[in-house]
Write a protein that binds this ligand. Structure first.
Ligand code: HMG
Ligand code: MG
Length: 319
């Protein structure tokens, strides 16, 4: 089993998408640049979703244009290229990715991430579609991504619990995994959207996933995406490492949360903090490629920028 663990920092996307204050495009670009300096394996740089649904990420094309300036340099500097990925819910989002990459060599976006859920209610709230409808929308996205040489990640949200339906059975998760693989995604990412997992429940789900045999736990094929609501994400990551998971998503400074996982009384929780994740990995006797000092710089920058935006934002309802 490899001792190197793959880190995808999702802070420019998941980390910022639920922030109420306006974050300047130049700050998002700087954040991506600092994450490149920290040498994470992959950065989820933005989303090509409807700006009516996620206003914070309306500047996706400009973020990509800004990141294009240092992507080639960062690819040359590291021992391996840092992959950039973006969330895409439908063909219109794929149009955005295609345009953002066109005429740029090397391309800026390397991977497209489609997303659905194990809970029908959450899928509807997040994408205005049933699970089946959301996967139907992915067919042309996956085809066009592959034609353009881009990998496709398939996210399954609400793998442990849904904020609206409650606990989710592992069978429901595995059925969506099967449907995404049948649709042609190259890798699976399981998301504990509201940070409901415990080491026990994540262990049950991962053992079921391994036993089902449809997806390997190699870092290229499988990633775990934890949110940290109750301080258990570190323990969940430790259990996942023990069971063989070698690829995780995280966000610097623990930023993040899906706006459509918020309820009137609780704001969606942040992602597992990248530095916490790295300390869990190191305690397990494993390693990452991340430069800890540069990561601290990125986290300090993100905390400052988000703090300033929050301070100037108008308070709003969580729903
Ligand atoms: P809809 O309202 O049904 O879409 O939303 P529509 O096709 O009727 O279009 C409505 C408007 O949006 C139209 O504009 C479209 O052109 C536009 P209008 O004519 O009214 O001016 N539109 C778009 N604009 C830009 N890019 C697009 C796009 N698509 C339509 N791609 C839709 C359906 C899927 C678009 C919407 O529900 C949506 O954008 N949802 C995204 C929500 C989201 O981003 N949630 C957070 C990410 S998921 C997450 O955080 C979980 C994860 O972290 C894992 C975990 O933690 O579990 C990944
Ligand atoms: Mg998330």
């Amino acid at each position: 089993m490899p001792d190197l663990v793959r880190i995808t920092d999702v802070s420019p996307r998941d980390g910022l998408q639920n922030e109420p204050g306006v974050i300047a495009t130049s700050d998002k670009v700087r954040l991506i640049e600092l994450l490149c300096a920290a040498n994470v394996d992959e950065i989820e740089v933005t989303s090509f979703v409807s700006p009516k649904w996620v206003p914070q990420l309306v500047d996706a094309p400009d973020v990509i244009a800004g990141a294009a300036a240092f992507k080639p340099a960062s690819s040359r500097a590291g021992t391996s290229a840092i992959a950039f990925s973006a969330l895409v819910p439908n063909e219109k989002g794929m149009d955005g990715v295609t345009l953002a990459n066109s005429g740029r060599s090397p391309r800026v976006i390397d991977k497209v991430s489609v997303f659905t859920a194990a809970s029908e209610t959450f899928a509807r709230r997040n994408t205005n579609a049933s699970i089946a409808e959301s996967i139907e929308r992915f067919a042309p996205v996956i085809r066009r991504s592959h034609e353009q040489g881009l990998r496709v990640r398939g996210y399954v949200s609400t793998i442990i619990a849904c904020p609206f339906e409650g606990p989710i059975a592992p069978d429901a998760v595995l059925s969506v995994v099967d449907r995404l693989l049948d649709a042609g995604v190259d890798e699976i990412d399981l998301g504990d959207t509201i940070g409901a997992a415990t080491p026990e429940t994540i262990g049950v789900l991962l053992r079921r996933t391994i036993a089902a045999g449809r997806v390997s736990l190699s870092p290229e094929a499988f990633t775990l995406h934890l949110h940290d609501t109750r301080g258990l994400a570190g323990a969940c990551a430790a259990e996942a490492l023990r069971l063989g998971v070698r690829s995780f998503d995280s966000a610097i400074a623990g930023l993040g949360g899906c706006p459509y996982a918020s309820t009137p009384t609780s704001r969606a929780p942040g992602n597992i903090d990248t530095s916490l994740l790295i300390s869990v990995i190191e305690r397990a006797g494993l390693r990452t490629r991340v430069n800890a000092e540069a990561l601290r710089d990125a986290a300090a920058f993100a905390s400052r920028v988000v703090g300033e935006a929050r301070a100037s934002a108008t308070p709003r309802n969580h729903a």
